[in-house]
Unconditional design. Sequence first.
Length: 484
Amino acid sequence: MEQYHSGNKVIDETMQGSATVVEAPENEGKKLYIESYGCQMNFADSEVVASILGEQGYATTRNLEEADLVLLNTCSIRDKAEQTVRKRLKAFHKVKDDHPKLKIGVLGCMAERVKDKLLDEEKLVDLVVGPDAYRDLPNLLEEVETGQKAVNVILSKEETYADVNPVRLGQNKVTAFVSITRGCDNMCTFCVVPFTRGRERSRNPQTIVEECIGLYNNGYREVTLLGQNVDSYLWYGGGLKKDFEKASETAKASAVYFADLLKMVAKAVPNMRIRFSTSNPQDMKDDVLHAIADHENICNYIHLPVQSGSSSMLKAMNRGHTREEYIALIDRIRNIIPDCAISHDMISGFPGETEDDHRDTLSLMDYVKYNFGYMFIYSERPNTFAARKLEDDVPHEVKNRRLQEIIEKQGKHSLDRNKARIGMVDVILIEGNSKRSDAQWCGRNDQNTMVVFDKTGNEQPGDFVKVRINDCTSATLLGTIQTA
Ligand code: SAH
Ligand code: F3S
């Protein structure tokens, strides 16, 4: 089974992003049941969808049985993710036997990739809506109400949902996602995202700042700025990133880059923690590192996917940097932000990967000693460059054995990193009860590691507390609140 890892926590792909069933305040009217799979961006998009449909009188429910509309926000990143969605759709289809009026829709990357095949060949759904077409949902639902099937998978040059105020669906009311870019232009040869989410465009910084201030005023204490490649953020009045060169000189002169945006947000909400994801090594500039170092409220944590430690694999993946350049970036991070945690994404068994390439991956991991990572077996995705031009030639057992070696190494590094924090006092933002016990809180430190500690009775979710770290596993730190 394909797995992905965070520290020593193994999560079945079917739970990636933890497929949470989400809920918003009750309302009169129709009921929407929405499930999200895949990346954080999908969770953020579901909140945009809940907002658009909320205006139409839909309230969200956790109870499938009482839903009028079921929406599945889907992921196409690996084949396993799509299989999970298909299984789930079949289960929803069965519910329809007892509730014939129930409408079922597919949103997100799989809607974009598989399009009307989901309507015609598989007859599983009534509605197919791609990631840039959510504003069209009210019209599409009208069509569906008249018994027709509806589909809109048009990708946009402008859409960023900048003016939509998302309905917060997360379990805690402390941390939230704010999306800042959509799409990706990087064209990594293994990746389906540029096809499913279209060309890269950035959101108006003013609307981002306003959303963060609104969150703070509603009690939130942490935002994660989201994009497929946040370092490439570029606002020059709207439009695609690739059209920037054609912009007027005045638009170019007043352009807002990612480091500028980070500083704007950090100043606007000084008592809020700011995180961001995902960074791309080829686009990450030192001004971003200095922004992190200079602002107390920008967290010392960078998710910096590398995919492989071998320069020849990185070239074949079109990652835009070599092993040496990545190592140089790691060195600059360590110099500029001494206490910065770093995590990674890694792929085992990309076409042509040799044992030497794999050893390069392991030795890169030894060099960086990542705090944690997400590790995957290569999964060929239709239409990508790799699928069209490269043979998927690493046998499954070899891919799997290499993945296990990568996972094992990461487990050791995570444990070492966590052990090194024993004795320190970390500031933790309390997110809620720990999974194991209502007598304990859980929350993260600046470096994004989960910390669990006993309640004292004087604190609540949303509080920042000082916790002395006294024990750990490879995934979690354990500590005691410092009252003095
Ligand atoms: N920049 C994106 C990356 C999206 S995909 C972001 O914001 O996270 C997340 C991770 O999935 C990638 O970094 C890569 O490690 C993995 N991945 C993407 N395509 C894959 C494929 N075809 N097979 C296996 N893993 C893949
Ligand atoms: Fe995919 Fe590479 Fe973009 S992994 S999302 S094409 S940065």
